[in-house]
Design a binder for this molecule. Structure first.
Ligand code: PLP
Length: 387
């Protein structure tokens, strides 16, 4: 880490390694046809997988709630900021994912910090897939528990680690859909493993909620996980497919009650605006009632995968909206991203430290709002750049 005098040099070094980051400026509504840094383009960067972020029903719900309740919640949940709209949404979310209760957080990052630090401490152990999202890693570090990272999807290794651990409280944490790879964790196997070892299982369904399952209820619906699982901690975010903002943890009533007492990122922060809760309520209705959005998304995924077969850069194995094109070196990924940008296609390069060294990639995000023509344009640009 640089001291104050070394900062300029450290930034310069990042640039020399192709690791300097620049934020592009969005100048239109979020979506597929966007204006970025003064240019119109088709975006393959958004997590708005169902095209709901700009949906009239969500906007109407949010503006009506602002008119009625104002903009800010004005207090934390435990100090008067827990609005009826939050309370209603928590009940709806619990029902939506088939768990007894749910608790809102302002972001997914905060939900992971709050849930993990509320459940494990210095005498505990967290077992985490090596490709888990940064918020799960940070949560484990903040908890001060022993932090064991197992090789990606290596459940044999996980089981051995669980068996060898003397910790009193054990928690397994995994993304359901891995955010930079797009592949799925085998939740039924993880759940069985956790139950055998008396461990908590936290599933972060940030990229599955709204997308997986016939009704978009997420990873639990996809894998047919129902019934009582007191050790299951289901977590999803509301800023991706749901198109709004925020996150929730769902599980047994006792789990949620414990989090209300111990999840510091729920307790010591201002409740999110009630209008956002109203918008999410409207979003849940759209998610369940409009399966055609998931049908369109699946069609785009199929078109992209068929169109990009045989390129020098492999498309990583994924059936989800996250379709990473593995390029390798950071500079090469940046060049490819820049060449697409010049053709009016925004596809961000993802580089270390977000992904392992030598595994830089273009992270193509598909949405139900993309047309077949949008995907065809991306395919033909990449084929041209490969040739
Ligand atoms: C995006 C994401 C988060 C963070 O959610 P925010 O609401 O954006 O803070 C957490 N976990 C995973 C796996 C994610 O992809």
């Amino acid at each position: 880490m640089p001291d104050p005098a070394g900062l300029a040099r450290a930034l310069h070094d990042l640039e020399a390694q192709g690791l300097r980051r620049w934020r592009r400026r969005l100048e239109s509504a979020a979506g597929v046809q966007v204006r970025i840094d003064g240019g119109d383009c088709i975006s393959f960067a958004s997590n708005d997988y169902l095209g709901l972020a700009n949906h009239p029903a969500l906007k109407a719900a949010a503006t009506a709630a602002i008119d009625q309740h104002g903009v800010g919640a004005a207090a934390s949940h435990l100090m008067g900021g827990h609005h009826a709209a939050h309370d209603r949404l928590e009940a709806e979310l619990a029902q939506f994912v088939g768990r007894p209760a749910a608790l809102l957080f302002s972001t997914g990052y905060l939900a992971n910090l709050g849930a993990i630090t509320a459940l494990v401490g210095r005498d505990g152990a967290v077992f985490a897939d090596r490709l888990n999202h940064a918020s799960l890693i940070d949560a484990a570090l903040l908890s001060r528990a022993v932090h064991r990272r197992y090789p990606h999807l290596d459940l044999g290794r996980l089981e051995a680690e669980l068996a060898a651990s003397p910790a009193h409280v054990k928690l397994i944490a995994s993304d359901s859909v891995f955010s930079m790879d797009g592949d799925l964790a085998p939740l039924p196997d993880l759940l069985a493993l956790a139950e055998r070892h008396g461990a908590w299982l936290l599933i972060d369904d940030a990229h599955g909620f709204g997308v997986l399952g016939a009704e978009g209820r997420g990873a639990l619906e996809h894998f047919g996980i129902t019934g009582e699982h007191p050790n299951l901690i289901y977590l999803a975010t509301l800023g991706k497919a749901a198109g709004v903002a925020g996150a929730f943890v769902a599980g047994d009533r006792e789990l949620v009650d414990w989090l209300i007492h111990r999840a510091r990122s729920h307790i010591y922060t201002t409740a999110s605006p009630p209008a956002l809760a109203a918008a999410v309520s409207a979003s849940l209705t759209r998610i369940a009632a409009e399966p055609e959005r998931r049908v369109a998304l699946a069609a785009r995924i199929g078109e992209l995968r068929a169109g990009l077969a045989g390129l020098p850069w492999p498309l990583m194995p994924s059936n989800t909206p996250i379709q990473p094109l593995l390029v390798g070196e950071s500079e090469a990924a940046l060049r490819l991203s820049a060449a697409l940008w010049q053709r009016g296609l925004y596809v961000p390069a993802v580089r270390p430290p977000t992904v392992p060294l030598g595994r830089a990639r273009l992270r193509i995000s598909l949405s139900a709002a993309h047309t077949a023509e949008d995907v065809a344009r991306l395919v033909s640009a990449l084929r041209e750049l490969a040739g």
